[in-house]
Design a protein around this ligand. Structure first.
Ligand SMILES: Nc1ncnc2c1ncn2[C@@H]1O[C@H](COP(=O)(O)OP(=O)(O)OP(=O)(O)O)[C@@H](O)[C@H]1O
Ligand SMILES: [Mg+2]
Length: 584
């Protein structure tokens, strides 16, 4: 208990963190301030109308008890008009808040999505996609709804409390003071109760990430789950996650109910005390020198209406602390992904027709404490060469390709692209503009074959698409057994064979038609004849620098040079004729 209180206290009083998060929230909501002011204005109007209606009510009762019929109907009319207006405005407020809520949530999501697209690949890959999904959906919704409703509500309730206190003091200072004390006791008790409730917020939000990650993984890997007969185990895992979440939800609901009941008790006692005191005041009321009663039925009605209005507001203020805490947790989770470093896009220095490559002492490790994956790599590769990259599995071939693509940066050393006019460009994300890439594994996107090919070149004509498919030996199966360019590719390309998926991926890269072509195990699922046909066509094209990663020794006969990544992460570049078949 003491420990959790300390944790909560530290979190609430971590001023620097609170300052940073407030600054960040102000930044992301900057464009929506006018809507928040609009919402604040509507709520203020509703509150003022309710107060006016209560004051008019007091005069209705006083006139009625004094048989003054002249003003009676006027006040009844005021009550009626203010009540109807307040109902209309409050429904307008609901509409407005849903509209602004969606606008803000989509605005924040768009900004984060934009950042994710531009962020550093390695840093982003540390997050589970399910976790990112949870942050983008639930956390963003939480931040948007809290910002839109909570901040204006705090301000309106604050103004309401001050106004009510002024009215109460003007009518009966002693009773107002008693009301203030009861309100303060309620507020403190409320804060104490809510403290515990807030502790569950972080765990609940984290468990949502666990939930999404599990679902996402289970759906993406459903084939593996079935073939390894893991269905029951997976259902069990799901039950455990659900049970953990249920426990948290139940704990916070029980606490919330206990709090609600306790608060109702305190405020109902407060109401009874106010009612009794008002009744006592009525019995002891006197007529002053001006002939006015010191306490009237109207004053009692006004007091009771105001007390119940204030009770509702204070009760809603009781939610402020947990909601602020939950806002902070969500904001921190969104801020974390929105602040993943962006890639360093340099100005495009060269627009080459052909490219040579120079690596000087390139060194790279994924984690500094785990040692280098690539060490001191130096070589020069002339333009339009075809380079076979070999090495034991896990030696760093794909890592080397990631360096070429600037998905990762060398820890030291340099990797330069040199164009036909001897202009140099240090490898950077914008160097991807002259690279076509067929990644390892299945990387087709769901949609049609046409959608995938257009991702390679958005301006490609049907003829060019078929030409690329012919190059990748994919024409026949698409024409004979499928719907041609309209063949549907399901998620994970499970609707076609792996070799067919690889051939479409090769056609996609071919359509992109850039001076560098990288094939990372791009033909690993193909039979030797098909693979050979593709490589024979490739060798005829001497207008590209090609990097071909392969575990098949026979394919190296199509390469001019062999780059071997050794077990200690070094690279040895040799001309093909000098390659010794034992070595590769
Ligand atoms: N994102 C990553 N984070 C940390 N370590 C990684 C990451 N990707 C790869 N590695 C590690 O870096 C080393 C080189 O991996 P890489 O994928 O480059 O090997 P590879 O030569 O392409 O292997 P294969 O022939 O099996 O495809 C391996 O030890 C691997 O575990
Ligand atoms: Mg690899």
């Amino acid at each position: 208990m003491k420990e959790s209180f300390n944790k909560f206290f530290v979190s609430i009083t971590n001023w620097q963190e609170n300052k940073d998060i407030t600054k960040w929230l102000l930044k992301i909501s900057k464009h929506y301030n006018k809507y928040m002011f609009g919402f604040l204005f509507i709520n203020l109007a509703t509150m003022l109308l309710s107060l006016s209606s209560s004051i008019a009510g007091r005069y209705v009762v006083d006139d009625a008890t004094n048989y003054k019929s002249d003003l009676f109907y006027k006040y009844i009319l005021i009550m009626l008009v203010t009540t109807i207006a307040s109902i209309l405005i409050s429904s307008l407020s609901n509409l407005f808040s849903s509209y602004v809520n969606e606008k803000l949530a989509f605005g924040v999501r768009a900004k984060i999505f934009d950042n994710i697209q531009k962020s550093d690949w390695l840093k982003l890959s540390k997050f589970h996609s399910g976790d990112i999904l949870a942050r983008l959906s639930d956390d963003v919704s939480n931040v948007a709804s809290t910002l839109i409703t909570l901040v204006p509500n705090i301000l309106v309730t604050g103004v309401q409390l001050v106004l009510v206190l002024i009215i109460l003091f003007m009518n009966d200072p002693t009773l107002a003071l008693i009301g203030l004390i009861i309100g303060a006791i309620g507020m403190v008790a409320n804060l104490l109760f809510r403290r515990r409730y807030s502790e569950y917020q972080k765990s609940l939000q984290e468990s949502q990430s666990e939930y999404y990650s599990f679902f996402q993984e289970s759906l993406a890997k459903i084939g593996v789950i079935k073939t390894f007969q893991l269905e029951d185990e997976n259902i069990e895992k799901f039950s455990k996650i659900r049970d953990r979440r249920m426990k948290l939800v139940m704990k916070s609901t029980v606490l919330s109910n206990v709090m609600g009941s306790a608060m109702r008790l305190i405020y109902n006692i407060g109401y009874v005390v106010t009612f009794s005191l008002c009744a006592y005041r009525l019995t002891t009321a006197t007529i002053d020198a001006n002939g006015v009663a010191t306490f009237t039925y109207g004053t009692m009605t006004l007091f009771l209406t105001l007390v119940s209005q204030v009770q509702t507001s204070i009760r809603s203020l009781g939610h402020v602390l947990p909601r602020l805490y939950s806002l902070k947790v969500s904001a921190l989770r969104i801020k974390e992904i929105s602040e993943i470093d962006n890639e360093d896009y340099k100005i495009k220095e060269i627009t080459p027709k052909s490219i040579s490559l120079k690596a000087t002492n390139v060194q790279f490790s994924y984690q500094t404490d785990k040692g280098n994956v690539l060490s001191n790599i130096s070589f020069e590769i002339p333009s339009n060469s075809h380079i076979g990259i070999v090495g034991t599995s896990g030696n760093g071939k794909t890592t080397f390709i990631r360096l070429l693509l600037s998905l990762i940066k060398p820890d030291s050393g340099s990797l330069e692209y040199i164009d036909e006019n001897n202009n140099h460009e240090e490898a950077c994300p914008s160097s991807r503009r002259f690279i076509s890439y067929v990644p390892q594994g299945n990387t087709l996107m769901s949609g049609t074959v046409r959608d995938n090919l257009l991702a390679g070149n958005n301006d490609a004509t049907e003829e060019q698409m078929w030409e690329a498919l012919r190059f990748a030996d994919a024409e026949d199966f698409l024409k004979n057994n499928h719907d041609g360019l309209d063949t549907v590719i399901s998620e994970g390309a499970s609707s076609i064979s792996e070799g067919q998926a690889q051939r479409i991926a090769i056609a996609r890269a071919w359509l992109r038609n850039k001076p560098i072509l990288i094939l990372d195990e791009a033909t690993s699922a193909l039979d030797e004849n098909t693979e050979r046909r593709i490589f024979e066509k490739l060798t005829k094209h001497r207008d590209k620098t090609c990097f071909i990663i392969t575990h098949r020794r026979s394919m190296l006969s199509y390469c001019d040079m062999i780059l071997e990544i050794t077990d200690d992460g070094h690279a040895i570049l040799t001309k093909n004729e000098s390659i010794n078949s034992d070595k590769v």
